[in-house]
Design a protein around this ligand. Structure first.
Ligand SMILES: Nc1ncnc2c1ncn2[C@@H]1O[C@H](COP(=O)(O)OP(=O)(O)OP(=O)(O)O)[C@@H](O)[C@H]1O
Ligand SMILES: [Mg+2]
Length: 121
């Protein structure tokens, strides 16, 4: 199992979700983050102090997948997020040791695979 993290432009988040859905990737978490992608020329003021590393609003996707879904998930993130301009984002793939589906107690690969027909409450 792997944890795929994608940090993308907020305005591309819907396209990423669309691509993930098309690729049959279902379990996903999203959060708003602020990040810096190496552009050193921007000088900004943060809490009264001048900082050289300005932060940009980004959206962070976290997707836990079984091995067979890793490439599909990375491709979906990249395709949904790409504009071709500086700042399109980054994808990180991390080893994932353990997953537990709380409701059933299932662990491992069966816990990252959604159960068909389940309706979220
Ligand atoms: N090395 C990193 N570690 C953690 N987060 C990062 C890293 N690089 C980029 N990010 C996150 O990704 C966001 C987008 O980064 P960005 O797209 O600018 O990456 P980049 O490598 O500079 O690519 P580009 O050349 O297209 O700008 C950043 O705002 C930050 O949240
Ligand atoms: Mg950058």
């Amino acid at each position: 199992m792997k944890l795929v993290i994608g940090i993308v432009r907020p305005e591309r988040a819907n396209e990423v979700l669309e691509e993930l859905y098309r690729a049959n990737v279902r379990g996903v978490s999203m959060s708003r983050v602020q990040g810096h992608g190496g552009e050193l020329d921007r000088v900004e003021t943060y809490r009264g102090t001048t900082v050289r590393m300005g932060l940009a609003e980004k959206v962070r996707f976290e997707i836990a997948v079984s091995e067979e879904f890793v490439d599909t998930t990375v491709d979906a993130l990249a395709e949904g997020a790409r504009t071709g301009e500086v700042g399109d984002g980054k994808i990180f793939v991390l080893p994932l040791e353990r997953t537990v589906r709380i409701r059933t107690g299932e662990t491992g690969e069966s816990a990252v695979t959604p159960i068909d027909g389940g309706v979220a409450r």
